[in-house]
Design a protein around this ligand. Structure first.
Ligand SMILES: NC(=O)c1ccc[n+]([C@@H]2O[C@H](COP(=O)([O-])OP(=O)(O)OC[C@H]3O[C@@H](n4cnc5c(N)ncnc54)[C@H](O)[C@@H]3O)[C@@H](O)[C@H]2O)c1
Length: 442
């Protein structure tokens, strides 16, 4: 098939590359001329494991192309994917301007009747609005299908090639059959399609992310309760997660969720509820609890090292999760801002996200370094924020030697270190909902 993707971000580039890899001809179209120029030069604008090699291979094979315009022969594509950003408006609702702008381009340039597949995360009812707009601009030419994306940054290619499920919201049998055929090569071991109407499909995406965010926020709230009662969040997680109805995944307390999806999708679902007169209290509370966790973390740091003025604090892990360079809404940004506001100097390290962090923060007292140990020199505290593999088994004696003060603090915001090991090196261990003399993660 001949395919075009509008929006070449994390979703658009991974999806387009994956579709080219299974044999389709794909045009990646983005309004960001600089991004397209970089891709044409062979540079990959984001970090996603394995993506660079796959992009190059498919470009060489002539199946993957980049452009800022809907150029021939892609103006008669069989399918157009919309994978543009849907960032939050100030009230939390989704900003859909890029989605509708892509539709305008499409209606003005596409030559033949085709499917328009909305992969961007959009509020319930958006596909119908997109259909109405396209019908206005080019009557009878397009059918709009909802196909929300569930990839996880850091394992996006694996998620593309081995999806847990593929959700499709379509109205006509023809559209359903086309989508089924498109995804057949990814389901050789058995179909994992959920085919429904566009409204339900759109809601599946928000419901999934909010459910996951809710689990994280609940554990984060419990970690705060552990902090004041002396209970240990590791034991609580093990006990709760052993119930097969609950399961063990997504029960880790930490610095709060971040990234480009959970924060905005939880807020967008809450905003949609408000707009429709249905108060989604759990979505609202999940968002509020996440904000409180950032404050809790800042409090743990200031409790440990007191007045922050003039003190240097080292941050390990700036991306919102391992194996990505994405710092959008990352806990590192919230914490760094709180530390800077309190007068501290912040030195960060991240294997991939350091430059994005510095660009997003833009503060004269914040800097990044290339080696994790270099960040520690002269710092009063180390805070581990993202559990990249390189931080999992550090030399605590070396950390102790580089940090300053009588008993410098190591704040383990992912609860991955052994408190006993950290303390044995002469550091003061602080975890999230873990007593400093308590057991480590099991
Ligand atoms: N990043 C994720 O992990 C993820 C996962 C699932 C779903 N999503 C959803 O997918 C969508 C895209 O997310 P992303 O992280 O890839 O975003 P992104 O910000 O990385 O990329 C979006 C791209 O769209 C481009 N764009 C904007 N307007 C355009 C237009 N009119 N025509 C062509 N291109 C245009 C931008 O220049 C940008 O390059 C969002 O709705 C997001 O919620 C993201």
């Amino acid at each position: 098939m001949r395919l075009t993707t509008f929006g070449v971000g994390y979703v658009g580039l991974v999806t387009s590359t994956g579709l080219a890899e299974i044999g389709h001809q794909v045009l990646c179209l983005d309004v960001d001329a600089d991004k397209i120029a970089r891709l044409e030069r062979g540079e990959i604008p984001i970090y996603e494991p394995g993506l660079g090699d796959l992009v190059k291979r498919n470009e060489r094979s002539g199946r993957l192309h980049f452009s800022t315009q809907l150029v021939s022969p892609y103006d008669d594509s069989d399918l157009y994917f919309i994978a543009v950003g849907t960032p939050p408006n100030p009230d939390g609702s989704a900003d859909l301007r890029a989605v509708f702008s892509a539709c305008e381009t499409l209606a003005a340039s596409a030559k033949k009747p085709s499917l328009v597949v909305v992969k961007s995360t959009v509020p319930v009812g958006t596909c119908d609005l997109v259909q109405a707009r396209l019908d206005e601009l080019a009557p009878g030419r397009f059918e709009v299908v909802s196909n929300p994306e569930f990839l996880k940054e850091g394992s996006a290619l694996e998620d593309f090639f081995k999806p847990d499920r593929i959700v499709i919201g379509a109205r006509s049998d023809k559209a359903k059959a086309t989508m089924r055929a498109l995804y057949k090569p990814l389901q050789l071991l058995g179909e994992r399609l959920v085919i429904t109407d566009p409204l339900s499909s759109e809601l599946v995406k928000y419901a999934s992310n909010t459910m996951l965010a809710m689990r994280v926020s609940f554990m984060n709230e419990l970690s705060r309760l552990c902090h004041v009662t002396g209970a240990n969040i590791h034991a609580v997680r093990a006990g709760v997660g052993s119930d097969s109805r609950i399961g063990r995944k997504f029960l880790y307390a930490g610095p709060g969720y971040g990234g480009s999806c959970f924060p905005k999708d939880v807020q967008a679902l809450a905003a949609l509820g408000r707009a429709k007169g249905v108060q989604l209290r759990l979505a609202e509370a999940t968002h509020a609890a996440n904000g409180e966790q950032a404050n809790f973390l800042a409090m743990l740091v200031s409790d440990a090292i007191g007045d922050l003025r003039g003190k240097r604090v080292a941050l390990w892990g700036l991306a919102f999760k391992p194996e990505t360079d994405d710092v959008r809404d990352a806990p590192s940004l919230k914490l760094a801002q709180a530390l800077l506001d309190a007068g501290a100097e912040v030195v960060g390290h991240d294997p991939e996200g350091a430059q994005n962090f510095i660009k997003a923060l833009g503060h004269p007292r914040a800097s990044v370094v290339d080696s994790e140990y270099a960040a520690l020199k002269g710092a009063h505290a180390l805070i581990l924020l993202t559990e990249w593999r390189c931080y999992r088994a550090p030399e605590f004696a070396d950390i102790r030697a580089l940090l300053v003060g009588e008993r410098p603090v190591a704040v383990d915001a992912r609860n991955i270190w052994s408190p006993a090991e950290v303390e044995a090196a002469g550091l003061h261990y602080v975890g999230i909902g873990v007593p400093s003399n308590g057991a480590g993660r099991s």
